[in-house]
Design a protein around this ligand. Structure first.
Ligand code: HEM
Length: 276
């Protein structure tokens, strides 16, 4: 069933709809192949050995740094971010995280550990979003994006938070994540193209699964976790009758075939670095 097509979101110019309709994950055929090649090209530029060096932050932060978030003003541009600053950025996200059945995907959605949804259900995402709502994160980020002060840590935290919001809405397309996605686009240079989408996709795909694997591998060998308690239990495909079905991933924790996780080596390196 993994060879069935994936659901394709309608093309959307901005926000989470743009991300979903511009990444490889939700594309089929030649479009998938083209976007996947971009993802593989980006990953080829990140040495897993670098990721496996000891670190003490969210794996998304580690990966974001590897993708170019060095804290220089050049890497992070402010165009398009100003408008977002000061606006309520998290409205409705809590609801999305609490109800993994948004968008009526039937059986697939009822399993909270279907790809991309699991971490959302298991992690204290709502709490995290709440904290963000209280603090001046957006305003702070806009200042930081100009390259002032000791911004690197704050900025990376903002990126991680936005990636977490985008990850929670990745399967559902919940528009509560629109602003987070737009901030990520701005952080990656502001262009709504496939390469920007691919970079954000890497962070979003890595987010919950890698964090979950790190947590579980604190007390057991990684191989054992991947065999007995993998982070991603199932993925979604469109069955010939048009319905969306959950496809179990037991025994193939990174998927298989042309859509198998291209970040497997990087994921394992991120786990290694976090546990050192
Ligand atoms: C423990 C961590 C991870 C697990 C268990 C995991 C698992 C998976 C699985 C099962 C798929 C296939 C989904 C499907 O067939 O529908 C997938 C796809 C993908 N993963 Fe991972 N992943 C992990 C970490 C990562 C990391 C760290 C990255 C990036 C560095 C990444 C990037 C991707 C991308 C880009 C895709 C989409 C591939 C495509 O569209 O062809 N993943 N992942």
């Amino acid at each position: 069933m993994l060879t069935f097509p994936v659901p394709e979101p309608d093309p959307t110019p901005t926000g989470i709809g743009w991300l979903r309709s511009t990444v490889s994950r939700f594309a089929n055929g030649a479009v998938h192949a083209r976007r996947r090649a971009i993802v593989e090209d980006l990953l080829a530029g990140i040495d897993p050995a670098e990721l496996s060096r000891p670190y003490d932050e969210h794996p998304v932060a580690r990966l974001a740094r590897a993708l170019g978030f060095t804290g220089t003003a050049e890497d992070l541009r402010v165009e398009g971010v100003g408008g977002a600053a000061g606006e309520p950025r998290v409205g409705g996200v809590g609801g999305a995280a609490e109800d993994p059945r948004v968008e009526g995907v039937g059986g697939a959605a009822e399993d909270p550990r279907v790809e991309g949804v699991g971490g959302a259900a298991e992690e204290p995402r709502v709490g995290g979003v709440g904290r963000a709502a209280k603090g001046p994160r957006v305003g702070g980020a806009a200042t930081d994006l100009r390259g002032e002060g000791t911004a690197a840590g704050v900025r990376i935290e903002g990126i991680v938070e936005d990636v977490r919001i985008a990850a929670a809405a990745y399967q559902t397309g919940d528009t509560a994540a629109d602003e987070a996605v737009e901030r990520l686009v701005a952080a990656f240079g502001g262009a709504h193209g496939e390469r920007t989408a691919a970079r954000i996709q890497l962070l979003v795909q890595a987010c919950d699964a890698t964090a979950t694997l790190i947590e579980r591998a604190r007390t057991r060998p990684v191989d054992e976790v991947l065999r007995d308690d993998p982070p991603v239990l199932a993925t979604r495909r469109v069955a010939p009758d048009g319905s969306i079905v959950a496809v179990p991933l037991a025994g193939r924790p990174f998927g298989e075939g042309p859509r198998a996780c291209p970040g497997r080596e990087h994921a394992l390196a991120l786990v290694e670095g976090a546990l050192r």
